[in-house]
Design a protein around this ligand. Structure first.
Ligand code: NAD
Length: 508
């Protein structure tokens, strides 16, 4: 077992105990949970073997058979209790998110608030899982559609939203009558165990939920692959890199399972001549540097009109130079650590590529906090001569590439000229530009904003993106439909058998 040498280990283990994580979760060998704040081990966790994963999926399938028979508003009551548990645990769970993912405290708490919000949303939804009544051409017939629970819902999540992504899926899946098997990121297993403990508390208060309704598989990507391959799992929501999506999607397609893919982003913003530059500056700073550049919706490319470039970019460079980088648990810190050494190496490589391509880099240096195993970086603002090279790929670190543009059509074309299609923004007070940006001829992303940055979505809207982002939608709007199966029912309450389209078939 890796010795729990992180200075935060005692505090973290106390939080986990308060949240109800059983002592049996820890083991002599298995998966080491690390704290990016000092880069040291917090605990070693028992991992799930392939046969244990199969057994967990089997339990989840049995749980589904029982849960689908529970009326949806009753299922909503369970999710309401889960929301209550999350409210009560917000401080502890939010801090745990900060400790394990390296987010500043307000973002750790914000992530738990997002879980509470989606629970509230799902409770209301539990009375609104309705279909249409459709006009039929046949007399004394009625046609309608009904929505039924689908089955076991697999959830694979990334390290950067270690718990909110699960809740976007699970809160909906539970009210839809599905069970959930979760493979959290191997970089953030502790928060997953804490959430599972809260699910169990809510289940006990509910008066008992079927065993297996919520399962967690602890391990590396192989255990995720086992979940994806299992025929008993009709829908998998997978959040992570586009690389992961390319591996997962063909396996799901081959067995005709549903895929909700939430993959990488390479998000842009346009700053137009009429923009409110103070507002734009603040929005860009949060979207590009917040969460140390480790959000799927992080702003990575900025297109500034040549007429406002000199008014905006030096101010932005000054903000990059002064933003506080350091311990995310300390008040006043805005940028915490990168998740690990590999993330820092990726940042170094992208900046080297940008320099080689003629870019001017502001910031981007490693910040020494006295913890040699932790990786803190001053965010980098990179003025680029061309939309090429590292600008075209997502580097999961705080790097913002800036380019000039001359006319709006060119800026929109650049916005769309990358593989990913997650989020995008325009800063403008010109309604023609704003409307063009959100029109069919505008941004090709799943999220297109005006006068706010591309990150920081609310749960009421459907979240997700196009192209290499995978096409999935989660959270609000009609995203719930992905967790249910639709049946079209035609009912004949007459004594004759008129066939559709006037077909006759008279057997005498
Ligand atoms: P990652 O792709 O390395 O891992 C994500 C998850 O997928 C982990 O749980 C991992 O174990 C699992 N996984 C990897 N390969 C797998 C396979 N072949 N089969 C089954 N499971 C597999 O991503 P990460 O480094 O944890 O997160 C960063 C990435 O996630 C970025 O690209 C970011 O943009 C993306 N992301 C997207 C969204 C979104 O909603 N679009 C949200 C958060 C993060």
């Amino acid at each position: 077992m890796a010795a729990p040498t992180s200075a935060l280990a005692p505090k973290t283990l106390a939080i986990l105990k308060r949240l109800g994580v059983p002592a049996g979760a820890y083991a002599e060998s298995g998966l080491t949970a690390r704290c990016p704040i000092d880069g040291r081990p917090i605990a070693t966790l028992a991992t799930t073997s392939e046969s244990e994963a199969k057994a967990a999926i089997g339990r989840a399938y049995e749980a589904f058979l029982a849960w689908r028979a529970v009326p949806a508003p009753r299922r909503g009551e369970f999710v309401r209790l889960l929301g209550e548990e999350l409210r009560a645990a917000k401080e502890d769970l939010g801090r745990l998110v900060s400790i394990e993912a390296g987010k500043i405290v307000s973002e750790g708490l914000g992530e738990v608030q997002e879980m509470i919000d989606i629970c509230d949303y799902a409770v209301g939804l539990s009375r609104q899982l309705f279909g249409l009544t459709i006009a039929t051409e046949r007399p004394e017939h009625r046609m309608m559609e009904t929505w039924h629970p689908l089955g076991v819902c697999g959830v694979i999540s990334a390290f950067n939203f270690p718990v909110a992504v699960w809740s976007w899926n699970a809160a909906l899946a539970f009210v839809c009558g599905d069970s959930v098997v979760w493979k959290p990121s191997e970089k953030t297993p502790l928060t997953a165990l804490a959430v599972q403990a809260l699910v169990e508390r809510a289940g006990a208060r509910f008066g008992g939920i079927p065993r297996g309704l919520s399962e967690v598989l602890i391990g590396e990507r192989e255990i995720g692959a086992a979940l994806v391959a299992d025929e008993r799992v009709p829908v998998v929501s997978a959040t992570g890199s586009t690389r992961m999506g390319r591996e997962v999607a063909p396996v799901l397609a081959a067995r005709f399972a549903r895929a909700i893919l939430e993959l990488g982003g390479n998000n842009a913003a346009i700053v137009a001549p009429s923009a409110d530059l103070d507002l734009a500056l603040r929005a860009i700073a949060f979207a590009a540097m917040g969460t140390a550049g480790q959000r799927c919706t992080t702003l990575r490319r900025l297109f500034v009109h040549e007429s406002v470039y000199d008014a905006l970019v030096p101010k932005l460079a000054a903000a990059y130079g002064s933003v506080s980088v350091g311990d995310p648990l300390k008040a006043g810190t805005l940028v915490g650590p990168l998740i690990d050494a590999a993330a820092w190496r990726g940042m170094e490589q992208a900046l080297a590529d940008a320099r080689a391509a003629g870019g001017t880099v502001h910031g981007g240096t490693r910040v020494d906090t006295g913890a040699p195993d932790a990786f803190y970086a001053r965010p980098a603002l990179v003025e680029m001569p061309a939309h090429d090279g590292p600008v075209l790929r997502e580097t999961f670190a705080p790097i913002l590439y800036v380019l000039r543009y001359r006319e709006i059509g060119e800026a929109i074309a650049l916005n769309n000229a990358v593989g990913a299609g997650l989020s995008s923004s325009i800063f403008t007070l010109d309604m023609r530009e704003a409307e063009l940006f959100v029109s069919a001829a505008g941004s090709d992303c799943g999220i297109a904003n005006v006068n706010i940055g591309p990150s920081g979505a609310e749960i009421g809207g459907a979240f997700g993106g196009e192209k290499e982002t995978g096409g999935g939608r989660e959270a609000g709007s009609d995203a719930w439909k992905a967790y249910m199966r639709r049946a079209t029912n035609t009912i004949n309450y007459g004594r004759t058998l008129p066939l559709a389209q006037g077909v006759t078939f008279d057997i005498g």
